[in-house]
Write a protein that binds this ligand. Structure first.
Ligand SMILES: Cc1cc2nc3c(=O)[nH]c(=O)nc-3n(C[C@H](O)[C@H](O)[C@H](O)COP(=O)(O)OP(=O)(O)OC[C@H]3O[C@@H](n4cnc5c(N)ncnc54)[C@H](O)[C@@H]3O)c2cc1C
Length: 411
């Protein structure tokens, strides 16, 4: 059994993409870091992600964080001599109505501002790129060729391996029971294997972040909201291995290739939200929520998708995946310290983009802890931006669920 250290500079709780990236960034800055997970690296909701890393977001402040993740991937692949399974297939943003065309033009303007490669493409090229798509209703489409998707579980593993190379100690199967404070200053954590002392603790425990913070009266604005996607039967003619990811806001759909199949997510009008106490501590393949939704949602929302994918209802579907994304009411991450609680940092509220933004989140948290100048403005991500609220209340959780329903980009 691995011995747990007694004193470090920073303890990071949770070894998903966010926790592993944060541990790596901190260690690169010379911090002695302990990364703890009650389960295994990447086994939380990270293991469920569709893992689209769409660079352009309607919430502009997310873009530099996502760009940082791309830079980090190059670096950790080099350091560890491992691949994260990045597939650079590009993203097609597709519009079939005046409303989504206006948004698409704004998306393109943002891409230009952040030097993200993009070009408008015509129906003919689109048909060649995406054999399953009916382009008749297309008003406009933009191709962002450099976008990739990854395997989030592997990304967390490679971030963790890079972190180990920088001296991070990782203890898996170690449950953090509480964060320890003395006069509102963090001094460590109590785990199932004993106490560890540190002046800084990062709560990157994903859907379970509030379980720990609320014991110290720190409400983190976010709620556990269901994310869901399906995978069709294989059809290599319709779904070539390297065909682009697609975002179709007119049908509330995103998709990407998956080994000759199509992985597609249909955004629900009202995604179920959960009290953390009702979540399985060890995510598994059980369906989250009403089992009828497994196929019922395809029936309900698939009609709109069929307008763009005429063969949709002829395709067999071989798998449905549900997991938890931690949404905030405004769709921004929750990052940073809590007023009056020195040494506590939240790195959560992933807003369904915690794979894409993991590297940037890790860098920002590391810069906060080491008191360096910050590479992005942290204001939109502040933990106290919603004033007084109860993150466990049904009303607050509903606001977080609404943010997922209203999301128009990414995975
Ligand atoms: C279906 C689905 C699709 C998604 N698609 C995308 C996408 O396309 N693009 C994208 O960027 N993101 C996507 N996401 C979101 C993405 O999965 C997350 O944002 C990302 O993986 C970051 O997760 P995390 O590190 O915050 O949490 P997790 O991966 O859940 O990690 C938290 C960890 O904390 C540990 N932990 C909890 N409590 C304790 C404790 N008390 N003590 C010790 N350890 C503890 C858990 O064991 C867990 O390993 C999707 C999510 C889902 C569910």
């Amino acid at each position: 059994m691995k011995i747990i250290p007694k004193i470090v500079d920073v303890i990071v709780i949770g070894a998903g993409t966010i926790g592993t990236a944060t541990a790596w960034h901190l260690a690169k800055k010379g911090q002695k870091v302990l990364l703890l997970d009650r389960n295994q690296i990447g086994s939380g909701n990270t293991s469920k992600a569709a893992s689209l890393m769409t660079k352009v977001r309607t919430k502009e402040e997310l873009i530099p964080l996502i760009q940082e993740t791309y830079n980090n991937i190059d670096e950790i692949e080099q350091i560890t001599n491992q691949k994260v399974g990045k597939k650079e297939v590009g993203t097609l943003h597709f519009s079939a109505s005046e409303e989504t065309k206006i948004n698409l033009d704004k998306t393109v303007a943002l891409a230009n501002k952040y030097h993200i490669k993009n070009r408008y493409i015509d129906k003919k090229e689109l048909m060649n790129l995406v054999p399953w798509l009916d382009t008749q209703t297309m008003l406009e489409a933009s191709f962002m060729e450099d976008d990739s998707f990854v395997d989030a579980y592997v990304l967390a593993k490679v971030f963790a391996d890079a972190a180990i190379k920088e001296g991070v100690i990782i203890n898996q199967n170690t449950d953090v029971e509480s964060i320890l404070f003395n006069n509102n200053q963090v001094y460590g954590v109590k785990t199932t294997k004993g106490e560890v002392h540190a002046p800084n603790v990062v709560d990157a425990a994903g859907a379970w972040s509030n379980d720990l913070s609320l014991k110290e009266n720190i409400p983190i604005p976010m709620a556990a909201v269901r994310s869901i996607y399906w995978i069709t039967e294989s059809n290599k003619d319709l779904f070539p291995e390297h065909h682009p990811m697609l975002v179709i806001p007119d049908a509330n759909v995103y998709s990407r290739p998956e080994n000759g199949s199509l992985l597609f997510g249909l955004r629900e009008e009202n995604s179920p939200h959960f009290h953390p106490k009702h979540l399985n501590r060890f995510p598994n393949s059980d369906f989250l929520g009403n089992p009828d939704d497994r196929w019922g949602l395809i029936e309900k929302y698939g009609r709109k998708f069929q307008e763009f994918f005429p063969d949709f209802f002829d395709m067999g579907v071989k798998n449905v995946i549900t997991g938890i994304s931690t949404y905030t009411p405004d769709g921004y991450y929750t990052l940073g310290s809590f007023p009056g609680k020195k040494g506590f940092y939240a790195a959560t509220g992933c807003a369904g983009a915690g794979v894409a933004g993991s590297g940037g989140i890790g860098r920002l948290i590391a810069e906060m802890i080491t008191e360096e100048s910050l590479f992005v403005n942290p204001e939109p991500f502040r933990i106290d931006r919603f004033g007084t609220f109860d993150p466990m209340s049904s009303d607050f959780r509903q606001r977080c669920s609404d943010a997922r329903s209203n999301k128009k980009d990414g995975g």
